[in-house]
Structures are given as C-alpha cells and as structure tokens.
Design a protein around this ligand. Structure first.
Ligand code: OAD
Length: 254
C-alpha cells in the first residue's frame, strides 16, 4: 500500500473494530504450498470439477476420485500454516467478537490456532458414508497406498462407501455454519475478505449484509475478484505478506 493517508485509515479501522468477520478462500493457503482452484495453476485447470467435485462424478469412478483426494490430503498434511493463518489466529484473540468463515477444506486455520471458526465447504480431513451419512476422521483410515476397488474406504457402521466430507457442486453448504456466517456478516463492524475469488458460496450475500448495516470491508487478494467492488480497502498483495505488515502496525511490537 503506497498511499500513507489510506494506510493510516486502514490501521485506525483495524484498531477500532470490535466485531470482526473474516471470510477466507484458497488464496490464504497458497503460500503454504496448497493450490487454489481458479488461478492459472489452480485445481480446476487440471481436474474437471464435474468429475472430481460432484457426487455423480465420484460414484462413476470412486477409485480415481479418491486417489486425487488422497494426493490432496498428503499435500495438506505436509503443509504448514503461513504468516497469514498466524495473524488471523491472533486476530481471534484481539477482537471481542470474532468469526472466521473459511471455504477451505484444509486444516491450516485450526492448526494456526483459530477456534471461533466455521467451514462452509466441509473438511478434507473427514470422510462421510454415502449411505448413512456418518462421518469419520481420515486418521481412522489407511491412506498410505493408492486406492483400488477393494481398498476404498468403507463405513464401519453400515459398510457403505465413504466419500470426502466436503461440499461438492450441486450440494448444500452446512446450514449451521452458513447461518453463523450470515449472523456475523449482519453484526460485524469490519469484514475482511482474504484469498477468495468470491465466485461461489454466498460471498456476495455476506458482503452485502455487512455493507447494509454500515460495516467496512477490507479485501486482501493480489487479483481483483467478484467481491472487490464491495471493498472500502483493497490490498492487492499476497495475504502472507500483507497481513503481518498490517497487523504489526495495529498491535505495535507487542
Ligand atoms: P479460487 O481459486 O476461486 O480463488 C483463489 C483466490 O485467491 C484468487 O482470487 C487469487 O487471486 C487469490 N490468491 C492467490 N494467491 C493468493 C495469496 N497469496 N494471498 C491472497 N490471495 C491469493 O478459490 P476460492 O475462492 O477459495 O470449493 O474458491 C471457492 C471454492 O471453489 C472452493 O472452496 C472450492 C472451489 O470449488 C470446494 O472445494 C467445495
């Protein structure tokens, strides 16, 4: 950010905020080495979402789809929270009212320390039975080798085929997490949008609700996206660079 007056306004805004709602997407985990979806090197340029992110695609070829998610799980377990995750975890302690809503199915926000958070696209570290809907941690299963038909994860309760416990195209987002996000959007005085293209999952609705009662919106994203026009402040930088710089100015060296 080059304009000093604008930077001062932004810092004052973050210092004075009491009720903060943060909405994150894949970009916040990019500097941890996890790919985004819609960037030029993103997942949806390599994998057809209709094959790899729909129930029909999964049921047509569960071995292929599971092997893709197995690779993603290995990437997640090798990744570490980056400075953006760390600052967002510190923000949770700083602000009296706080909610983090993430679209990410990785576990990097939790590992950085966030607790007041909801995941509106599910959790890649859980699996769910297609038949009885029971969920289980992936740690209950053996992902050490590539899957073939007999090795596909099965439900210990009913024997049904298990799938990743994430929200695929054409499926509903978890209602409780969505309602908590709407509530946060409607009550926050500051909404921060970090690392999402804003193409899916209610981002417009959250931003419009925040604006409708006078909240300020700050976006951090190197590229302009579908939510940028809502932002009072757009910081066109990588989250892992911008967030620590801004946060240092808010909290000082403490
Ligand atoms: P996208 O891939 O649509 O957008 C990622 C955004 O991150 C882009 O706008 C990038 O410009 C931005 N970005 C890249 N590097 C960044 C960095 N270092 N710091 C900050 N921003 C950066 O990912 P999402 O918006 O998260 O759904 O996509 C939403 C959903 O679409 C995902 O949750 C996924 C996908 O289909 C499911 O998997 C269920």
């Amino acid at each position: 950010m080059t304009d000093k007056a604008q930077q001062n306004q932004l810092i004052e805004l973050l210092k004075n905020a009491r009720n903060v709602f943060i909405f994150t997407g894949a970009g916040v985990s990019k500097e941890s080495g996890l790919p985004t979806f819609r960037d030029l090197d993103g997942e949806w340029t390599k994998y057809d979402p209709m094959t790899f992110a729909t129930l029909d695609g999964f049921l047509s070829n569960p071995v292929m789809v599971w092997n893709m998610y197995r690779e993603r799980l290995m990437q997640i377990s090798a990744a570490q929270p980056n400075p953006a995750h760390i600052v967002i975890a510190q923000m949770e302690h700083y602000y009296p009212e706080f909610l983090l809503t993430t679209q990410n199915v990785d576990n990097l926000h939790e590992r950085a320390g966030n607790k007041k958070m909801v995941k509106i696209h599910g959790d890649a570290c859980r699996i769910r039975c297609v038949d009885c809907e029971e969920t289980y941690p992936v740690s209950d299963y053996d992902f050490s080798e590539e899957f073939d038909e007999p090795k596909l994860p099965k439900c210990p309760d009913c024997g049904g085929l298990c799938r990743p416990d994430i929200v695929w195209f054409g499926e509903y987002v978890p209602q409780e997490a969505f309602a908590a996000s709407i509530n946060a959007a409607m009550t926050c005085d500051l909404m921060m949008i970090v690392g999402t293209s804003g193409e899916v999952s209610g981002g417009y609705g959250f931003a419009e609700r925040a604006l409708s009662h006078g909240a300020k919106i700050v976006e951090i994203n190197p590229s302009e996206g579908a939510l940028t026009h809502y932002a009072h402040f757009w910081i066109p930088q990588q989250a892992g660079v911008a967030l620590p710089q801004i946060w240092k100015l808010v909290v000082g060296d403490a």
